[in-house]
Design a protein around this ligand. Sequence first.
Ligand code: 7RM
Length: 451
Amino acid sequence: MEGEGSPNLCVEREGCEGMERGGRKEVACGTRRVDQCWHALLRGAADECEPEWCDSEDPLFILYTSGSTGKPKGVLHTLSGYMLYTAATFKLVFDHQPEDVYWCTADIGWITGHSYITYGPLANGATSVLFEGLPTYPDVSRMWGDIVDKYQVSKFYTAPTAIRLLMKYGSEPVLRYKRDSLKVLGTVGEPINPEAWHWYNNVVGDKRCPIVDTFWQTETGGHVLTPLPAATPLKPGSATFPFFAVVPAILNESGGGAGGARRGATLVFKQPWPGVMRSVYGNHQRFQSTYFKKFPGYYVTGDGCRRDEDGYYWITGRIDDMLNVLGPPAEHGGVESALVEHEAVAEAAVVGRPHPVKGESLYCFVTLQRGVAFSCSLEAELKKQVREKIGAIATPDHIQDAPGLPKTIRKIMRRILRKIACDERDLGDVSTLADSSVVEQLFLNRRCTAV
Ligand code: 7RM
């Protein structure tokens, strides 16, 4: 980096000579003047670097969660527990082997990047691909050709939104490349709808790579519900079973055990595991009230969950996002999946809108496949599709064309969609939105929807 005031480190050539200039040390490096010469620094450096001794419970980092409501919380992780947990989960969940090439597509600035680009892989000495850019630019097959085949990636970790984005362009851009180095495929961030799961499995993984659907949070530090590849029989859409040391329970509103298949119940954990957060930075009381107050003695995830007759856990989405349409709260996920199964729909998000009789009506935002135009007949078709797949009670009341959806880096912000559905302009804190122009467009399109 050159220019006024910027540190200027030259790494290009040896034999530079240092000189003082106007109180500032400068180095003549060939024809350039730089602040530091790498080779000179290296000559003067010791062979060993004494580590800084720390307590195992010293803070490691603070990462702010965007939080669907209220002020972001500074999630505090400490040294040993977090590193042990990310190292162990990385090793077992991706079945890490020395010859592996691992690629996680997350941004390094959110928790998946911290735990599974930085700490977990580095603690295992893994070879990683680091990627900065768009998966669809310069073309939609770059992930497979320019990265997976070129670097022989064997373990691949991404999010359902990325899978759905690529799915929009069909299978051909994937099939154009071999992908025969791939061994394990991971997913994280939100429940994966069965259609995306099958595409990931059949097209990307050629039906020969186990999929690890890893459920966890910024707060949990690492995977808490997850299959172990090739060892856990999979069910598409389920994060399967708890990782070692994790003891889940599912509680209903009054704190009782919700039993197997009850809907609208919360996932909690009965005992701590090494990677769990230790505090909310600067506000330990907020830590206690957010995670331990509602169900004393348990850590509360805030996620809806059910356990099926085989003991598999199914995350149904954030409790705050649940729909209250006649009867017990239901997940939006089923309606969203039913919409996405229609060939015209690339992505869907469903929110509740207050309704005098039903409690809430179903307001659906759909992003259509490239080249498909929104129409009344398509709207009717989509309503029919949801009714047939889920039942009359889940028939969407409104369907709106959404060229884009409000998202943080990876996740749909349903809180904002609920405001758009109600035509409420005061959106609260939108600082974590990746692209705020999307919201204006949705308010404009709203006028075209009969509400
Ligand atoms: C890693 C991460 C946490 C929230 C969590 C869930 C949702 C994450 C899954 C999932 C279903 C999954 N951290 N979530 N993974 N839901 N299946 N495999 O995403 O702090 O940013 O978000 O993400 O709602 O509470 S996070």
